[in-house]
Design a binder for this molecule. Structure first.
Ligand SMILES: [Zn+2]
Length: 256
């Protein structure tokens, strides 16, 4: 699962480095806006005129993830200490609609995990992943308690969010270790075409009979060149003869 981040930077924001240097945030702060029915665009517009008081890096609603400030630089979202130590900060837009909440929450979880994963910070509750409530309790420079009540209004606890971000982070880690592409081929007649396709993807090839379940699970996208059928999760590129198979391969690449 992956989402698109729409960048819509607010002009004129300050470019102050974190204590650890430009780009070196040490964690993320999860917020909620306390504004039912708001949207990422609406919050972005509001923040573009009020950023001197407070601003964060991202707003997430059920439609999109909107980045309004560069995470290379600190934001003013959670008090002086957290802001300067260095936390990338994300606001969850609010809705009373369960469907809209679910859509926004999924993107929120993904973004928090991605921000942590981009810097390989792991998910450590109260350290690398903090609620605004935890920041308030730790450094006592703000008194905000978000996003706890809002999550609770949709039946989620902070512990649920930590678990969901951790699962997403782990998935990102596993996917990174995986091969992007693996090519299988059926018989000797398919070898040359399979080899050409593997060169195109810069990926390994293996004869289908030797493709173990472990090998198959180690790759994200899998093709089999030739043969009558392919294992589950493998796209079969095959025709009645060698030339029809070649045609199927080329077609899959959008060449003809
Ligand atoms: Zn907050």
């Amino acid at each position: 699962m992956s989402y698109t981040i729409v960048q819509n930077f607010i002009p004129g924001l300050p470019k102050e480095a974190y204590d650890g240097g430009v780009g070196n945030y040490v964690g993320v702060v999860a917020h909620a806006t306390a504004n039912n029915g708001d949207s990422a665009d609406g919050e972005c517009n509001y923040e573009s005129t009020t950023w001197q008081n407070a601003f964060v890096h991202y707003f997430v609603d059920d439609q999109k993830i909107e980045q309004v400030a560069d995470t290379d630089y600190l934001c003013y979202g959670a008090g002086h200490t957290a802001n300067h130590l260095g936390y990338a900060q994300v606001e969850l837009c609010q809705s009373t609609d369960p469907g809209k909440f679910a859509a926004a929450y999924a993107q929120y979880v993904w973004l928090l995990a991605k921000l942590l994963y981009n810097r390989k910070l792991s998910v450590v509750d109260g350290v690398s992943l903090m609620s605004h409530a935890q920041v308030s309790a730790k450094w006592k420079e703000t008194d905000h308690q978000d996003p706890i009540d809002y999550l609770a209004s949709h039946g989620k606890t902070w512990a649920n969010l930590v678990a969901d971000v951790t699962a997403q982070y782990n998935e990102m880690e596993v996917n990174d270790l995986k091969l992007q592409t693996l090519i299988l081929y059926s018989g000797d007649a398919d070898l040359q075409i399979a080899a050409d396709l593997a060169q195109h993807f810069s990926c390994p090839i293996v004869q289908a009979v030797y493709a173990t379940a472990d090998l198959l699970s180690s790759a994200i996208t899998k093709y089999q060149v030739g043969g009558a059928s392919a294992p589950a999760g493998v796209t079969l590129l095959a025709g009645a003869d060698r030339f029809a198979t070649m045609k199927a391969v080329l077609k899959s690449l959008g060449e003809i």
